[in-house]
Design a protein around this ligand. Structure first.
Ligand SMILES: [Zn+2]
Length: 476
């Protein structure tokens, strides 16, 4: 007998332009897939589990296309740090005290946090893989979270200790091992990609080696480009000169790339990931949202690191929309223009919701499976409450989601049809257990790092800044 579930009488935002939105609608799920979306779907009594979606917005789960998930136990430790403090204190500092179980604990916490907030698909940009056991820990943490995930292998300390001009190739043996041991199929709930440093950060020979590795193993690539001063070194020219631009690359940040570089990405079918919160917090440059749109790229969104900012899509959508609107308004003012004649403003809340759902699915190479509530796709669905003092009366569901909602309103979540959150509580994970593991990791790493004179006198509470950023890797 098939496994059927009916989401009944919700405000359905399908994000599928052909189906549109249904102010009152039903979504029928069978064996993990969406089989019907309509104003009313009839099923015989007793033939389906029914979830009442009254006073809920029903929409596809969010997709985060770039997150260094292992860092989750260090949330907000870097809220007042510069990029250099982060690189020194955390990325090459606390990171070296991670045991494989800490990588597991961090990935479990980070992915569970994302899932709990409505992010049903997460690309884990995993760049603290110190040993193959750490790699296995990272993958196990993703799998145990219950979310749909992409494990993007990003190397470890040797690959990141010296930047730019790093001359250590991506650890090919571990990548080949992971591809055959864990991801011989591209069809599971967790799949694989390659998180490369690229020409901004390595020697020419190393980037050439790393791109060849991706081709050998038939893996999509995700790569930081256009972040801060280093991003002005024309990394896209480097790729174009070697005929390496492709539609299987997601370019993260893009803030300081030239407009012609963005055009070259667009011409090759490349994808983009905007991490607006971190880009403005760490000084990567202005989020490239509007400049990407100008060349025809509709970006996806990403959290990047939870060490300074929050980990949920609601806050990120607000920052991404607000930052671009501020830029658009400033440009209009500078040009002596005005919106006094009632012209529409260029970027809408609906654009932002598309970036967080269907465009994220596209960047993850999963738009044939997820990103919209389309019959035939997997049922990755979230229900967001609208019956609260802050969300009701519901006059504009998209505006409410983007400018008003928060993770506490995410009431029910399905991943491939499996209910992982119901009535506001995760059903498949014990949050207390996840937090115990995260605390154990944080306390272990802190204890080990206290003797590390280059990190400095660590204190919690918001007062600690890594001591010696002048000795940080020469990142910019
Ligand atoms: Zn990043």
């Amino acid at each position: 007998m098939s496994d059927r579930l009916l989401l009944k009488s919700g405000y359905v935002l399908t994000m599928d332009p052909e189906i549109g939105e249904l102010p009152v609608g039903d979504v029928l799920v069978e064996d993990g897939r969406i089989v019907a979306v309509a104003a009313s779907v009839d099923v015989d009594p007793g033939c389906a589990e029914i979830i009442d979606a009254t006073d809920r917005i029903v929409l596809p789960g969010f997709v985060d296309t770039h997150r260094h998930t292992w860092q989750a136990p260090w949330r907000n430790i870097a809220s007042d740090w510069s990029l250099f403090h982060y690189l020194w204190g955390l990325h090459t500092g606390l990171s070296k005290y991670y045991r494989p179980e800490d990588t597991y604990n961090g990935n479990l916490l980070g992915t569970a946090e994302a899932l709990d907030s409505g992010i049903t698909t997460l690309l884990d940009w995993s760049h603290n893989l110190r040993t193959p056991d750490h790699t296995d820990g990272a993958i196990a943490g993703l799998r145990d979270s219950g979310a749909r995930t992409i494990f993007a292998h990003g190397g470890g300390a040797p690959q990141w200790a010296v930047l730019p001009g790093n001359d250590v190739p991506h650890p090919a043996d571990d990548v080949r091992r992971v591809r055959s041991e864990h991801f011989s199929s591209n069809d599971g709930l967790t799949t694989m990609a390659l998180a490369l440093r690229g020409p901004q950060f390595t020697t020419d020979a190393v980037s050439e080696h790393d791109f060849a590795l991706a081709a050998e193993l038939d893996l999509d690539i995700t790569m930081h480009v256009g972040d801060g001063e280093l991003g002005k070194t024309r990394p896209i020219d480097w790729l174009r000169d070697r005929d390496l631009l492709s539609d299987r690359i997601t370019y993260v940040h893009c803030c300081t790339l030239g407009d012609d570089e963005l055009q070259a990405i667009a011409d090759s079918g490349g994808k983009a990931s905007v991490a607006a919160d971190v880009e403005m917090q760490m000084g990567h440059g202005w989020p490239a949202t509007g400049r990407l749109l100008a060349v025809g790229i509709r970006p996806s969104l990403s959290i990047d690191v939870c060490t300074s900012t929050g980990g949920h899509m609601f806050g990120l959508m607000r920052t991404a929309l607000g930052s671009q609107r501020a830029l658009d308004n400033a440009r209009l003012e500078e040009s002596g223009g005005t919106l006094a004649n009632g012209e529409p403003i260029p970027l809408t809340a609906r654009d932002m919701l598309e970036f967080a759902t269907i465009e994220g699915a596209r960047a993850a190479g999963l738009d044939h499976k997820i990103g919209s509530l389309t019959p035939g796709k997997d049922a990755d669905v979230i229900l967001v409450r609208t019956d609260t003092l802050g969300m009701s009366p519901l006059n504009n569901p998209v505006g409410a989601l983007v400018y008003n909602a928060h993770p506490g309103l995410v009431d029910t979540i399905l991943v491939a049809g499996r209910v992982v959150k119901r009535d506001g509580a995760l059903t498949h994970l014990d949050p207390k257990h996840v937090l115990e593991l995260a605390h154990a990791t944080r306390d272990h790493v802190l204890e080990q790092a206290r003797d590390d004179e280059l990190i400095g006198d660590i204190e919690l509470g918001g007062t600690w800044t890594p001591r010696n950023p002048a000795h940080a890797p020469s990142h910019a």
